[in-house]
Design a protein around this ligand. Structure first.
Ligand code: CA
Ligand code: CA
Length: 296
C-alpha cells in the first residue's frame, strides 16, 4: 500500500505542476517517444535564423536519414560576415533540467558542404551554475573534437574516440551519430573557444548544480551551425534523431519535411496514408480518407 500512497502524492504533485507548465513541455516529457518535428508542427522547437545569411529548412534526405525520410538542414551563406551568424534549432522545454539528470544526449549529422571549416552541427547548452536563472556558462559539443586526442581541462578526464579512424571526425555526405553524453565538450568559461575539453561527468563534479537555462533569445538546448566567421561560411549540414533523456525518460526528435495534408482520398490508398505527417500521422487508410472527407 505504501507504493499506492506515494503514487497518489506523485499524481497530485504532477497535476499541480501541469497547471504551471505549457502544453509543449508536457509533450516533450512523454518517455520513450519519438516526436516528429515538421515546419507545421515544431513540437516545442523554435527556428532561429538570420535572413539572407543563415537558413533552417526541413528537407527530404539527404541519403537515408536515421529516422523517417528527411532531416533538418542548417545552412550558412558563403558571403563575408555570414559565418558569424548562426542557423539554430532551439528547445526551451529543458530549462530547469540539471546536467546531472541527463541520461541520454545524442544525435546524427550529415555534412554536405564544409564551407570553410571541417565542422558538423553542434550542441550548445546554456548553463546556470548558481540556481538564479541567469546564464553563467555555455557548453559546446562539437563532433570535430571527438577523436580522443584533444587535451582535457582536468587530468584523468577521458574523451572517447567517436571518429572511427577518421582523425578529422566529420566525413562528407554520410550520416554520423554522436553520443554527446559521454563526449568531450568545451566551456565558454574554462576552455579556449575550443579544447581543452571536459566531459559532462567532470563538469558536473565541478559544478553539481549546473542546470540548463533559457535566455531571452530562446531555448537553452540548441542545435547550431555557425557563430564563427571563417569556419562556417558556405556550410550546409543536416541533423536528425536528436535524443535527450532526463532521469531515463528519453525523447527522440525526428526532423521531417512537411508531408501533407492529403487533398484526395486516392492519395490515402495503396499505403499512401502511411506517408503523411501533416495534419497528423494517420492510423490507417480509413483515418486518412476521413480526414480528406471531413477535415478532421
Ligand atoms: Ca528524420
Ligand atoms: Ca546564474
Amino acid at each position: 500500500m505504501r507504493i499506492r500512497t506515494s503514487l497518489s502524492v506523485a499524481a497530485i504533485t504532477l497535476i499541480a505542476m501541469l497547471a504551471l507548465i505549457p502544453i509543449s513541455s508536457v509533450i516533450a516529457q512523454v518517455c520513450g517517444s519519438t516526436v516528429v518535428v515538421t515546419p507545421a508542427s515544431l513540437n516545442g522547437w523554435t527556428i532561429s535564423e538570420v535572413p539572407t545569411q543563415t537558413d533552417v529548412d526541413f528537407v527530404n534526405g539527404p541519403g537515408t536519414p536515421p529516422l523517417g525520410t528527411g532531416s533538418a538542414q542548417l545552412s550558412i551563406a558563403s558571403t563575408p560576415g555570414a559565418g558569424d551568424q548562426a542557423a539554430q534549432l532551439r528547445n526551451p522545454n529543458y530549462a530547469g533540467t540539471k546536467l546531472s539528470d541527463l541520461t541520454a544526449l545524442s544525435y546524427s549529422t550529415y555534412v554536405q558542404s564544409f564551407g570553410s571549416g571541417g565542422q558538423a552541427p553542434y550542441i550548445l547548452l546554456n548553463i546556470d551554475l548558481d540556481n538564479n536563472g541567469t546564464i553563467d556558462d555555455f557548453l559546446f559539443f562539437e563532433p570535430v573534437y571527438q577523436n580522443g586526442t584533444y587535451s582535457t581541462i582536468f587530468g584523468g578526464d577521458t574523451v572517447p574516440d567517436q571518429c572511427a579512424g577518421n582523425p578529422a571526425c566529420v566525413s562528407l555526405n554520410t550520416w554520423q551519430t554522436w553520443n554527446a553524453l559521454i563526449g568531450g565538450w568545451w566551456s565558454a568559461n574554462e576552455s579556449a573557444g575550443g579544447p581543452p575539453l571536459i566531459t559532462l561527468d567532470k563538469y558536473i563534479e565541478e559544478h553539481p548544480d549546473a542546470t540548463i537555462v533559457n535566455s531571452a533569445s530562446g531555448g537553452g538546448v540548441r542545435i547550431v551551425a555557425g557563430f564563427g566567421e571563417g569556419a562556417w561560411n558556405g556550410f550546409i549540414g543536416n541533423v536528425d534523431a536528436f535524443t535527450i533523456g532526463v532521469s531515463a525518460c528519453n525523447t527522440t526528435y525526428n526532423f521531417e519535411p512537411q508531408i501533407g495534408p492529403p487533398t484526395d482520398a486516392n492519395q490515402c490508398k495503396n499505403n499512401g496514408w502511411k506517408t503523411y505527417n501533416t495534419p497528423r500521422a494517420f492510423k490507417n487508410q480509413g483515418d486518412c480518407i476521413q480526414y480528406v472527407n471531413t477535415g478532421k
